[in-house]
Design a protein. Structure first.
Length: 220
């Protein structure tokens, strides 16, 4: 049985896989890296991109070609780069391999750094705005949970995640084995490449885990 690593997305944690994990093969070894802990020791001044973090995670967790990476959103972005370096199988859930697919009004590094380091992203105004404009009833509770935990995250960690999302990196030379995505995803636009369509929204894997497991079973 292959080892499975679950990689979470921006402002998320391992709980984002709570509904999926029990449906994975019971004999599989499942690891759920917490990026906040992994990045806490990141050396100041060391470039942080999807490439450099992928290299670090590959070494830290001894990832090899027999491992399976399942990444949600930003975690899928990381999974794609870990695959390129290790030959592991990469499965993207509402993920991306093109940064242009991220729905974002602001992308300039200095603006993102200011928003994160000033605490603006953790302000009541930012939380109110995020909750007010959310339009998906099915995942509203989960989204509210994620927004509610954002003020508890360190400002440095938020800035690190933004770097992972938007820092320039060389184009990928390998493709993930599988992409699963919902057309109504308003955070990451659907890929141009072939993908398996899921119902729901950006958190489709959380509400339709059996459909996800059915799709990924051939890779396990």
């Amino acid at each position: 049985m292959k080892r499975i690593l679950l990689l979470h997305g921006y402002t998320e944690a391992g709980f984002i896989f709570d509904t999926l994990r029990p449906l994975l093969p019971p004999a599989a070894e499942v690891l759920v890296p917490e990026l906040e802990a992994d990045l806490a020791q990141w050396p100041p001044g060391t470039p942080l991109t999807a490439v450099t973090l992928a290299r670090y995670l590959a070494a830290r967790y001894r990832i090899g070609p027999h491992d399976v990476l399942i990444g949600h959103s930003m975690g899928g972005w990381l999974a794609a780069y870990i695959k390129e370096q290790t030959g592991a199988t990469a499965i993207l859930l509402s993920g991306f391999t093109d940064q242009a697919k991220i729905v974002a009004a602001v992308r300039r590094p200095w603006v993102l750094a200011l928003a994160a380091r000033s605490g603006l992203l953790q302000s009541r105004l930012a939380s109110w705005h995020s909750l007010r404009r959310y339009r998906f009833d099915e995942s509203r509770g989960l989204h509210t949970q994620l927004v509610g935990r954002t003020p508890q995250l360190g400002r440095r960690y938020l800035w690190q995640q933004l770097q992972l999302l938007f820092a320039p990196v060389p184009p990928l030379t390998t493709a993930p084995e599988l992409r699963l995505h919902a057309r109504r995803d308003h955070i990451i636009r659907p890929p141009d490449e072939p993908y398996g369509e899921l119902p729901g929204d950006h958190f489709a894997h959380y509400f339709y885990p059996r459909l996800v497991v059915e799709a990924i079973r051939p890779f396990l």
